[in-house]
Design a protein. Structure first.
Length: 214
């Protein structure tokens, strides 16, 4: 099996890459990134791509993979509302359309989040835009499409640039409110399970992801 992972320098994407490289069912992993993760592995291929609104030239790559796990994203607190929508919605839909046109059988796993609003009416930009992206993906003709909605993501292996107090806060939240949190390893394994297998649900909430990763 061959898969593409985006967002491999982020908290969720980095762990998904690690778990994919450990998975014997996966023979090749492609990270599609602006900046390489820096990981060296026999089954890892890095494609540096700068324009996430245009995937011209990557059709042959998309044609020969089985699944994409879309972890590319950013916190709504780090960018403007317009930038957040471009990164969350426009990047995702542009990639999904090109992948599907190149490969009608590709599985697409979208990393969304708890509280995503399918009605697209929330005053919170995160909830509204994640819901909008899920809705747009559903209008495409994917044979296997899944949206993972984790709660608070607790880093098992925090990134080097993550402040210690942020990692500690997330771990504390995971301990106190386990129903509303999931650690990165469980989340990664759940998304890989979706990429490899089939679920009867399009949207998988935090509890579904935990159960799937068991």
């Amino acid at each position: 099996m061959k898969i593409i992972i985006t967002g491999t320098t982020g908290t969720a994407g980095a762990e998904t890459l690690t778990q994919a490289l450990l998975d014997n069912e996966i023979k090749e992993v492609i990270e599609l990134v602006r900046k390489p993760s820096g990981i060296k592995h026999a089954k890892l291929k890095t494609i540096v791509h700068n324009d996430f609104l245009n995937y011209s030239g990557l059709e042959a790559v998309f044609k020969n993979v089985d699944a994409c796990i879309w972890c590319l994203g950013i916190s709504q607190t780090q960018v403007s509302k317009n930038e957040y929508e471009v990164i969350t919605y426009d990047y995702t839909i542009a990639a999904a359309k090109t992948m599907l046109a190149s490969n009608p059988y590709i599985t697409f796993v979208f990393l969304s989040g708890m509280g995503a609003d399918s009605q697209e009416k929330s005053k919170t930009i995160f909830a509204r835009v994640k819901g909008k992206t899920e809705n747009a993906l559903q209008k495409l003709n994917f044979k296997k499409l899944y949206s993972a909605r984790p709660g608070g993501i607790v880093p098992v292996n925090p990134k080097k640039n993550m402040p210690w107090y942020q990692a500690a806060l997330l771990r504390t939240m995971g301990f106190i409110f386990p129903m509303y949190a999931i650690d990165t390893v469980l989340l990664a394994k759940a998304m890989l399970c979706l990429a490899k297998n089939r679920s009867d649900k399009f949207i998988l909430e935090n509890k579904d992801l935990k159960k799937l990763s068991e």
